[in-house]
Ligand binder design. Sequence first.
Ligand SMILES: [Zn+2]
Length: 254
Amino acid sequence: MAATYKEKAIVLRAYDLGEADRIVTLFTEGRGPVRAVAKGIKRTGSKFGARLEPFTLLDVILHEGRNLDTIVQTEIINAHAPIRADYGKYLFGEAMLEMIEKSLRENQTIPRLFPALCVTLDVLEGEVADPSLLLAAFDLKVCALIGYHPHLAQCLNCGRETAGEKVWLNLIGGGVVCVNCRAGLDDLIPLAPAALVLMNQLMALDMAAISSSRVSPALAVEILSIAFRFSEAFLERPLRSRAVVLNYLEKGAL
Ligand SMILES: [Zn+2]
């Protein structure tokens, strides 16, 4: 029998359906991604108001349906309006939401992923020295939580510690290989010592610390591209929002 349930959720995506309804993809705390319909949202005096916009954190009551669940009631916790009000923050935030959406199946839950997104959006909404570092860290941390922790300390092949050396990131193996072991391998990204150190820092530091970190713009873009390629290697597809972010950075909009 269909049941009604309550969740804390972040709106990943929302679009209008017909004259009155809105379809939303929610990332719920307890049930992972859920697709749901908000009926009559565009009518004057709708009880949902403008709350079902991407980035909004809310308490929501849903009714289970066969294809789509139905949103019964919502209560806003944080609208994250500063993210939507700032074009740059919005683009970086969109790339984070798409990363979550494309990494998980409907109703798939991964421990610690929901709080990780909440914390990251809270940080993104405030002062951020370089959003490229925040997005790169987010992508790498999501990979790690899902089970694709990048192996950066030792060569995947011979096990030798590689700190301070130039190494190559092996996208298929999910970690670095040393100069002796790279021959014959495809899908390698060269990693200079500075890039390797930064990747390790992004994995180790929390988001608040990363939000005040700064490196050269070239290194930040390099790390972001590497994080994109690393995560796309297991997602097995490019994400639309990332091309927009890279284009924005290329134009020097920051
Ligand atoms: Zn090796």
